[in-house]
Structure formats: structure tokens, C-alpha cells
Ligand binder design. Structure first.
Ligand code: AMP
Ligand code: MG
Length: 470
């Protein structure tokens, strides 16, 4: 049986200034490293039993029937600085299947590549595969990974490294930066078409720019609250890495925190901590303000629109805080929450900050009543906090542990384990890669054989920086 992808491509019907036709480049010796069969099923992809054929197609070496490959245009604010022309420099969208984008990343240069080689090396491809699928299993909206293929070619980074291609699946690849690109070109007609397209794909109820903005704000507020609830730091929340759909995109210098600190930064290029863990709520509102600005030309009465859009943006912190409270309350076993629970949450986070406690394990140990002594026990405020918490959970009829087991993962993809997996993969051994993928399919289950994944890094293993050099 041959591979069949039921493509129904809509983006190519948009004004052609939004993209460039671009075929992926063939690679020398494609080898399939991973294929996500459940995701393929969701996409309606059939005939997936021939690994060699999958390697050919998902390396970009042979084009599947029905594909209409394009590189998408976008712009964006990178670390707050305006860049009028970004775009897919090393990715092509093959088309859409069951409403989802199927995109090859690392498939060769495009007209937007500037000086880049259009390629990706194995490390970031495997990192994105593992982390994006783990995010999905954690219940966090995200782009997904359909396939990882090694190219059999070496690419030059700080040293020669094995090349690879990731197949990314997304509800769409529309970004805040896509809107910014058209707004900057004063292309009001294109903006209107793009907004209608985005609404049709993601927010069919929205019928005005304000309604559309409100929906994106709601999705992104929920997303960032979810990130916070698992200790996730995106690392590069530029407006081009901020989706309209509300999915997490672009797993470059991202990381899950081990030791808790709100000021934690990982990205080697984030020198001023713009994208630190605790800054993410402010940054997402800033990004939404950029979206609002780019939608202004769609309104005839700009004074009224400024007022209305400002109101929507000003409401975002409250919406996010509400989700944040809900998610952290669940982490404490509370099925519903009120403002008075906020102190309970912030006091615990303060204790964790003081102790540099492991974020995931602290919450998981609270969840698991068979762990009476936790790493939080030594803190002078912990006993009093614990008493207050016990009194609060006693007010509800449901068992707090039932709520907590769904809210506090047993395992997350820890950075040092990802790094170990990448080093091993570069030497040709994919045992850790497959092991991580399998374990992270069920992050909330206490499975003894995955116990090593709960271990925080030793001082030598600690990853203090992640790199964009992808
Ligand atoms: P990112 O930091 O991954 O969000 O990428 C920022 C921009 O750089 C995007 O326009 C990418 O397409 C582009 N880019 C990143 N790496 C490469 C590469 N190796 N070749 C061409 N373009 C790249
Ligand atoms: Mg990006």
C-alpha cells in the first residue's frame, strides 16, 4: 500500500503575497527515526507501513501526491525589535490534511532564508519531537510531531553535525507575525482576507476584528497559564513564535524548570530575562497588543477601535490570572477556587523559591500521601502552610488527591535528560529518544520503571542555557 495523505489545501488560495511556492530539497540518504502513527490516523493519512517511503516523503525527497508546497511569509518582533521580513526560512508547508497543516522543517532554504542554510540538525529535531509530544500528553495545546528523519547529510554548525527534518503538524501556522507582515505593508485588503481565513479556521463565531482579537487573547491566556502550571519556559516568545490558534510553537530554547525560580531564563540569547518564567504573562499581553495594532487598519473608526482593542488587551491579565488560579488550585487538589486561595498558592511558591525546590517533584510529592517528608518540609513556613492547606481541602467533599493526580505530572521532559538523549543520538544510538517518547506518553501515571526521569539534574548535569543555534 502506498502512502496517501488526503490533502485539501487552502492557504495556497490566499493572496500569493502571503507565501512563496517552494519545493523541499531532496536529501542523500533519508532514514526514518520516528513516525507518529496515532497522529497520522488523526490526519487521515493511510498506507504508512513502508518506512523507506515515509523517510522519502518526510525528508522532502519525494513529494506526496496532492501536496502544494509553500514557504509562508511572516514578520515579527524578536526580543522586542521589529523585523519586517522573516518567514519560513527552512520550512515548507506541504498542505493541509483533515484541517491540519503538515510542514517539513529543515527541508532546505526558501526565499526567506536570508543567510541560513535552510537545514536543521538532529538535536533540535529530536528535542522538538520529544517536547512537543510531551506537551500534548500533558494536555497543553501545541504543534505536534508526525515524523523525524535523518538526512544522511552533515550540516555545519559550530562543528559538522548530522542533518534531520522534522514534520510538524499544527492547527495552522498563522502567527501574530503573519498579521504584522501585512499591516506593515499597509495591505488592508490582504489583512481582511487573512483575518477571515483565520476566523474560519479557528474562531468561526468571530465576525469582527474585535471579536477575533478577543478569541486569540482568550486562547493565549489559557495557553500561558497552562505553561506556568507545568513550569514551562518557552524561551523565545517573539511575535513570530506566537500562534493565532493558541498552540505552543517553536521549541528552540525552551525548557521545563527543575529548581523553581520565577526569574529563571534558559535561552542563551535572552540576556535581559525578557522571556523569564515569571515574565511570560506580561509578554503574551505585549504580543497581543502587537496583534491589536496590526488589526487597527481593518476598522473605519480608528479612535473607537483603539479604545475597544485597548480594553480587550487590558482584560487579558485578569483572564490569565483566572486560568492561573484554576490550574494551580487543581495542583493543590482544589476542585474550585476563589481569590482567597491565591495566597495559598503564592505562599507555597515562595517556599519553593527559597528552597530552590524542584517544581515538578514538589507538587507530585504533595499529591502522593505516601511521601510524608518532602523537600519542602525543612522550610520554617512549611508546617503552617501545610496546616492551612489541609484545612482548606477538608472543606470539599472530593478527594484532593484525585484532582492532583491529573494536575501534577510524575514526569516532564527534563532538560538534562533531553541533552543526554541528543548526545546519544549523535553517536547513533536512539534508545533514550524512544524511551523518552514512550514514557512521556503517560506523564501523570506513577510508573516505577520511569522513576529515573523524576531525578533532577546533578550540579554537573544542570543545563543552564539552551541555544537558538538550530
Ligand atoms: P526561530 O528563531 O526558529 O523562530 O527562527 C527565526 C527565523 O529564522 C525564521 O524566519 C526561521 O525560518 C529562520 N531560520 C532559522 N534557522 C534557519 C536556517 N538554518 N536557515 C534558514 N532560516 C532559518
Ligand atoms: Mg520561529
Amino acid at each position: 500500500m502506498t502512502l496517501h495523505i488526503p490533502f485539501k489545501n487552502t492557504y495556497v488560495n490566499l493572496p500569493n503575497r502571503l507565501f512563496s511556492r517552494q519545493k523541499p530539497y531532496p536529501v542523500r540518504d533519508p532514514k526514518l527515526l520516528a513516525f507518529n502513527q496515532p497522529l497520522a490516523d488523526m490526519l487521515g493519512v493511510t498506507g504508512t507501513d513502508d518506512a523507506q517511503e515515509l523517510a522519502q516523503v518526510f525528508s522532502g525527497t519525494s513529494l506526496p501526491k496532492g501536496a502544494a508546497p509553500i514557504a509562508q511569509l511572516y514578520a515579527g518582533h524578536q526580543f522586542g525589535n521589529w523585523n519586517p521580513q522573516l518567514g519560513d526560512g527552512r520550512a515548507v508547508l506541504l498542505g493541509e490534511s483533515n484541517g491540519y497543516d503538515i510542514q517539513l522543517k529543515g527541508s532546505g532554504p526558501t526565499p526567506y532564508a536570508r543567510r541560513g542554510d535552510g537545514r536543521a540538525w538532529l538535536g533540535p529535531v529530536l528535542r522538538e519531537y520529544v517536547v512537543s509530544e510531551a506537551m500534548h500528553a500533558l494536555g497543553i495545546p501545541t504543534t505536534r510531531a508526525l515524523a523525524a528523519v535523518q538526512t544522511g547529510e552533515e550540516i555545519m554548525r559550530d562543528r559538522p553535525l548530522p542533518g534531520a527534518v522534522l514534520t510538524r503538524v499544527a492547527a495552522s501556522h498563522l502567527r501574530v507575525g503573519t498579521f504584522q507582515a501585512l499591516a506593515a505593508r499597509q495591505d488592508t485588503e490582504g489583512l481582511q482576507t487573512l483575518m477571515e481565513y483565520a476566523c474560519a479556521r479557528h474562531y468561526p463565531e468571530a465576525d469582527t476584528p474585535a471579536a477575533f482579537l478577543k478569541e486569540v487573547v482568550k486562547s493565549q491566556a489559557l495557553l500561558v497559564a497552562k505553561w506556568m502550571s507545568v513550569g514551562f519556559i518557552h524561551g523565545v516568545m517573539n511575535t513570530d513564535n506566537c500562534t493565532i490558534s493558541g498552540e505552543t510553537i517553536d521549541y528552540g530554547p525552551c525548557a521545563f524548570m527543575d529548581a523553581f525560580h520565577p526569574g529563571q531564563v534558559f535561552s542563551s540569547i535572552d540576556r535581559h530575562g525578557r522571556y523569564a518564567y515569571g515574565n511570560q504573562p506580561q509578554i503574551i499581553a505585549w504580543n497581543m497588543a502587537q496583534l491589536a495594532t496590526s488589526l487597527l487598519p481593518l476598522e473605519n473608526n480608528s479612535d473607537k477601535a483603539v479604545e475597544e482593542f485597548t480594553h480587550i488587551i487590558n482584560e487579558m491579565p485578569g483572564i490569565l490570572r483566572h486560568h492561573w488560579q484554576d490550574h494551580f488550585a487543581a495542583k493543590l487538589g482544589l476542585s474550585d477556587t476563589s481569590d482567597s486561595d491565591e495566597a495559598l498558592i503564592t505562599q507555597l511558591l515562595a517556599i519553593m523559591t527559597d528552597l530552590k525546590a524542584d517544581f515538578t517533584n514538589s507538587f507530585r510529592h504533595l499529591t502522593d500521601s505516601s511521601v510524608p517528608e518532602t523537600e519542602l518540609t525543612p522550610h520554617k513556613d512549611y508546617a503552617a502552610w501545610h496546616e492551612k492547606w489541609a484545612a482548606r481541602t477538608a472543606q470539599q467533599t472530593i478527594d484532593p488527591q484525585n484532582v492532583m493526580r491529573q494536575a501534577n505530572p510524575y514526569i516532564i521532559p527534563r532538560n538534562h535528560q533531553i541533552e543526554a538523549m541528543i548526545s546519544q543520538a549523535v553517536s547513533g544510538d536512539f534508545t533514550l529518544f524512544h524511551g523518552l517518547n514512550t514514557a512521556l506518553e503517560k506523564p501523570f501515571d506513577t510508573i516505577a520503571e520511569h522513576g529515573d526521569l523524576t531525578t533532577p539534574p546533578t550540579a554537573e548535569e544542570k543545563v543552564t542555557q539552551t541555544f537558538c543555534g538550530t
